[in-house]
Design a protein around this ligand. Structure first.
Ligand code: SAH
Length: 479
């Protein structure tokens, strides 16, 4: 049977809540996501057909397990039941990496032998909170992160010996300290117990180092498609200064930099920035710089310093971008903006802001299915500044319209020539018509007004208005 026609038959479907679309075949899911994208983003322009997966199973390269005791006080591992703190036992999952699932099951089985107690949030007893496993699909490297409430690990050596015997594919083991209350999985301190504390993976022909807390896309197969689409949309020629905002470990910037003059990446998570700097070095790249900080503040500073990137990639988290970033972005006026988003709702909100004043327009929208069986969907959008061709054609019968007070008439071509010669700037017929009308020269309107409300007529900027008025004075069309 074609995998695309299959449904998931997961016994934990209802309790887990992770695969919201599992009752649909994969083909139906893609259709469902396409309609949602059209509903949310269609008002900005045509939405291309969503790019799905050949094989939509076991695509997750990262698995996080929580632990609990069942009624018979046996340790179970799995995920939190949606919007609760009850653990739904899961040993294998159709969308998770199978190696990662097997490692988690074996760690759970090893816990009693090594006297490891699971942490109980209600009374603050025990030690182990979570286990996180990440696998580089292209390199085969595997990272295991034990998240615990203290750094004291009594039987560390024999535990590691047994774990590595069972799973020689593990390349690094890290102990992460999380002694804070709350749902966040990882704490701020890491201790490397085995290996080098990170894994590497290959994407779009580049090698990337990934630390435990750094963001890394969870579906590497589709990520290649996503990044290639984003870089394609940017139409780089090698001359551009590119900003990679919300850059994580630098993956988009590094994928794009061969076709750009230089890339600057900005990212909040310091560990991710360290990874990004190493990643540029690892790939022998010399035209990428990365900096730690808030993307909104960074963008604001760029706008204040009148810096103007040619292309901006932005890939914010699910909550989308913020007002500071978006208004500063508009001020820096890049030629092209490539917006990558895992949440079409916040993306639609942000695109509304970016296209509000009519300067930017959405040119392409490409959904990519990064999360089969869940209702999440990723989207790449290209925005660019409106070109003169985008403006509405204006048919003006100049001779019929012009009734100058003095009876003197200079043609539009003469006015344009005069302005070009004396001021070195080009003005459009539309701008001349607007100023003439403002000065009371044109008595009758003959604009072809836009057919729909999205098409706004550009308004002559003040500096050009002054120049046109001067020309009209020169031709004695106004006093
Ligand atoms: N482009 C990267 C990361 C995308 S995920 C990739 O494809 O892998 C979003 C990233 O934004 C995360 O790395 C997160 O740490 C970062 N982030 C969240 N809020 C931010 C902010 N205000 N300023 C800068 N980075 C931020």
């Amino acid at each position: 049977m074609d995998v695309k026609e299959t449904q998931l038959q997961c016994p934990q479907y209802k309790k887990c809540g992770g695969c919201q679309l599992q009752r649909m075949s994969y083909v139906e899911q893609l259709h469902h996501k396409q309609l949602r994208e059209i509903k949310l983003l269609g008002r900005f322009g045509h939405v291309e057909e969503i790019i799905g997966m050949e094989n939509p199973f076991h695509y997750r390269n990262k698995v996080t397990a929580a632990f609990a005791l069942d009624r018979r006080r046996k340790i179970v591992s799995g995920v939190y039941q949606s919007s609760s703190h009850r653990v739904v036992p899961i040993d294998s999952c159709m969308i998770e990496d199978e190696t990662a699932d097997a490692i988690i099951v074996d760690i759970r089985k090893m816990l009693p032998e090594f006297k490891i107690q699971i942490y109980d949030e209600r009374n603050g007893t025990g030690w182990l909170r979570h286990v996180l496993v990440r696998r580089g699909f292209a390199t085969g490297q595997v990272m295991v992160v034990l998240v615990a409430v203290s750094m004291l690990f009594k039987l560390q050596k024999p535990f590691l010996k047994k774990l590595l015997e069972l799973h020689p594919e593990i390349t690094t083991v890290v102990l992460n300290l999380n002694d804070r209350f709350g749902p966040v999985v990882l704490g701020n301190r890491d201790k490397v117990l085995f290996g080098n504390g990170y894994i590497e993976d290959l994407l779009c022909g580049h090698r990337f180092r990934i630390s435990p807390s750094s963001f890394y896309q969870i579906n590497p197969v589709q990520t290649e498609i996503l990044y290639r689409t984003a870089v394609d949309f940017a139409s780089l020629t090698g001359e551009e200064t590119v900003l990679d905002a919300y850059c994580g470990i630098g993956t988009i910037g590094i994928t794009a930099c061969e076709r750009a003059k230089q890339v600057i990446g900005v990212e909040l998570n310091q560990e991710a920035v360290k990874d990004a700097i190493v990643n540029a070095k690892l790939n022998g790249i010399k035209n990428c710089w990365f900096t730690a900080g808030n993307a909104g503040m960074y963008m604001q500073r760029m706008a204040e310093d009148s810096m103007r990137p040619d292309v901006v990639f932005m890939d914010p988290p699910r909550a989308g971008s913020d007002q500071k970033f978006l208004t500063s972005l508009l001020k820096t006026a890049p030629s092209r903006i490539v917006y990558v988003s895992c949440n079409p709702e916040t993306m639609a909100r942000d695109l509304g802001i970016l296209t509000e004043d009519g300067i930017y327009r959405v040119r392409k929208t490409q959904p990519v299915d990064m999360f089969p069986f869940t209702d999440h969907v990723e989207t790449v959008v290209l925005l660019s500044q409106r070109k003169p061709d985008d403006y509405i054609r204006v048919d003006l019968d100049i001779n019929e319209l012009d009734k100058t007070p003095s009876g003197t008439k200079a043609s539009y071509a003469e006015i344009k020539d005069y302005i070009k010669k004396n001021y070195g700037v080009n003005v459009t017929n539309l701008y001349i018509a607007q100023i003439k009308r403002k000065c009371g020269i044109i008595e009758r309107e003959n604009y072809n007004f836009p057919k729909n409300e999205n098409n706004r007529v550009p308004v002559c900027p003040p500096e050009k208005e002054e120049i046109i008025k001067e020309a009209l004075r020169h031709f004695k069309m106004i006093a």
